[in-house]
Unconditional design. Sequence first.
Length: 259
Amino acid sequence: MADDFDPEVATRARAWRTAALIAVCDTVTPWQHGTVWLATRYPTYFDFNLVRVDDDPGMTVGELTTFAEDALDGLIHRRFDFDSIEAAEARRAGFHALGWRSLRLLWMRHDGNKPAAGLPVEEVPYDAVQDLRVSWYDEDHPDQIAGSYHEHAREVALRRGVRVLAVNRGGRPVAFAHLERAGDAAEITQVYVHPDHRGEGIGTAMTRAAIEAAGKVRDLWIAADDEARAKTLYARLGFSPAWTAMEITRWPGARAAPG
């Protein structure tokens, strides 16, 4: 069943994602069911090297993987971004059987009301929370070698004017959030709390601070795993579902499921 979203808001969410791709990618190739986006300067930043699928392509998983092999030739990964959640769900199990992983991504838009202040949060230089970024990557991708990812992510973030917010404990950052703004819209692109400090309300404080830092914008976006808990926190802080998409990725070293 299709999600009951406001079509205008969903269109703006897609447009925000597209604008980020335009800002970073240097090779854009239309295909029958979407676009192939490549950032050749940042080949290990998978969010900007992918095949985007705009509709139901009417293709099998095998046909899609063959297409990706050609479109993303020379990269260490393969990645689809499905704009249609129905088209993605219909093929999700087939991709999993081949060793691909999927993330059902819920884009949410803030209602504009500013939540009450929480714990003290400060804006810091990008590199001040690098140890936390490494911790986040290792936690989310324990079987992957980061390679040049962190270097590429840093360059992209600084190009996009990222603001970094942090909570400190004992003189060291234990949580951070990224905020990116362009025109009359913004996105909270990361919220991470070190495992040793979860359950202390820090994630809520980080998100509140990022909302406040965004200022007055038409749209403030945040994307959450639709099958995890963070979206509940974001809903309490004034975010409403706007659009559901899916990322399906074959990570380096992935193997097909047995049987």
